[in-house]
Design a protein around this ligand. Sequence first.
Ligand SMILES: *Cc1c(COP(=O)(O)O)cnc(C)c1O
Length: 366
Amino acid sequence: MISFLNLNKLNRPFEEAFQKKMKDFLNNGWYILGNEVKQFESNFAEYCGTKYCIGVGNGLDALVLIFKAYMHLGKMQKGDEIIVPANTYIASILGVLQADLVPVLVEPRLDSFNINPEEIEAKITSKTKAILPVHLYGQLCEMKAINAIAKKHNLLVIEDAAQAHGSQLSENEKAGNLGHAAGFSFYPGKNLGALGDAGAITTNDDELAKVLFSIRNYGSKVKYENEMLGVNSRLDELQAAFLNIKLKHLDAENEFRRSMAKRFLSEIKNDKITMPSWDLSKNHVFHLFVVRTANRIQLQDYLKENGIESMIHYPIPPHKQKALSNWESLSFPITEKIHNEVLSIPLNSGLKASEIQHIITVLNKF
Ligand SMILES: *Cc1c(COP(=O)(O)O)cnc(C)c1O
């Protein structure tokens, strides 16, 4: 069976380096906000081309803390509205809700799966304070159009970059530096994945960064002095150590994923399967390779019979989730179509050449 994502295999090349780090970590005896976190914050800020990186506990907290920090700075308040794509992973929505803000859903484009900038302006009200573009499946949103709308209406742009580490428009325009602030997740399955929960925020904003460094650590800069009401959401020292090792290989991982996606796009020819749209540039890091088909269950069963595991990202849109039953009556036809038709095909550097070929052959015969 070709598994969808074998993390053990993906992390195996780093095992020796991890073990050495683990040993250093034990010898060192500094477990919270130590040198590894500092190093990673500096490395990742440099990688994204931002002035600051603030390590936090996970990707959801990254989003929540960005909103809370803006609230602390008086840039938004309880009940304000945030524009989000209707077809995102639930964490983007929860990030807004946990900060006592109101998510306003906007339809994506069917071909890119990303928020449709043409639909944003109609949803802006006097309460709108920010747009939260989600670079879904690893492909950058249309940031030029989104930033132009934000500028016109004086809104903040907060990227949910949890699936897009390393996606770029150009050398100086990378996920994480395309808005006012960005949230990243290093959940193990992400392109840059830790061996547990981890996340980060990037920004060029001095004031915001200052608040974030404090808010993630009990609202405290100087031990036992609390300048604001913070939380405990620190990037774990050991995870930071692992991430420092893996960050050096992120570009290679992304390049491998892009070359594999190119093969899929040129070699899979099947009228029953709609392939993802991509301009072959570095604006996509293929966190997921997502196709659409009218007969999804049939395709998934067929793949399984042929030894290929596939997954659905995501089977139920946020507005149809039980947890958000107050949104039950909302209607987002494009979002619903996407959620009914998408299927993710295995794509990552853990796959052997023969396995990649098998996936192509099997999909062509469906
Ligand atoms: C993974 C993910 C998150 C949340 O990350 P966690 O580290 O699991 O909290 C947020 N947004 C998107 C789009 C994600 O894919």
